[in-house]
Design a protein. Structure first.
Length: 192
């Protein structure tokens, strides 16, 4: 009788769907994305307050990028389309070419991608503020380099940030499998 109860318990536990594991916090648990203020593709001021209570994906790019940016944003467009209209999800792309990618160019770029509204923000600001945010807070390498393709060198990471503004994941935006994992992890964060 005891063996039968044990067997039934094992079968019952095995048939239960395993819950998604919580995502780790990357970096120091108390480290959060700091205050920021930039202009978006509509020349509207965007601050960190616009992301309160939301999860978001951040990346660094430039509109004339001849290498990884088109692939990253083609993949990020899948994320945008999946979560389009979800008020708990935003996307945040910072230009690293602050001389060329003024808000009107960012608007043309967003239109070319088929992005409208403010769920996906394309941000412009001072070189120092964007580069510092990338390197010190998002832990992504960005740099001007006249020998680099298009005059810049940068990593193609998509950074997942939770509602408390902590980094919860980094994904290679050029790899389909990483972008698929990003969306799975976003689903996990939305349940937290």
């Amino acid at each position: 009788m005891k063996a039968l109860k044990y067997l039934l318990l094992v079968v019952a536990l095995a048939s239960c769907k395993q819950e998604d594991k919580p995502l780790p916090v990357l970096g120091r648990p108390d480290a959060v994305i700091p205050s920021f203020q930039f202009l978006n593709q509509d020349s509207t001021v965007v601050t960190n307050k616009d992301f309160d209570g939301k999860i978001y994906v951040a990346d660094f790019f430039f509109t004339s990028c001849p290498t990884i940016c088109p692939v990253m944003h083609r993949n990020l467009l899948q994320v945008y389309n999946k979560y389009k209209g979800n008020k708990e999800v935003k996307l945040l792309s910072h230009t690293i070419d602050v001389k060329y990618d003024i808000p009107s160019r960012l608007k043309a770029y967003a239109n070319k991608l088929g992005v409208s509204g403010t769920q996906w923000e394309f941000l412009w600001g001072s070189r120092d503020s964007i580069y510092t945010l990338a390197q010190k807070n998002y832990l992504v390498s960005v740099n001007e380099d006249k020998n680099g393709p298009g005059g810049f060198v940068h990593q193609g990471y998509l950074i997942l940030v939770d509602k408390q503004k902590r980094i919860r994941g980094a994904y290679d935006g050029t790899l389909d499998k990483d972008v698929a994992q990003l969306m799975k992890d976003m689903d996990v964060l939305l349940k937290e």
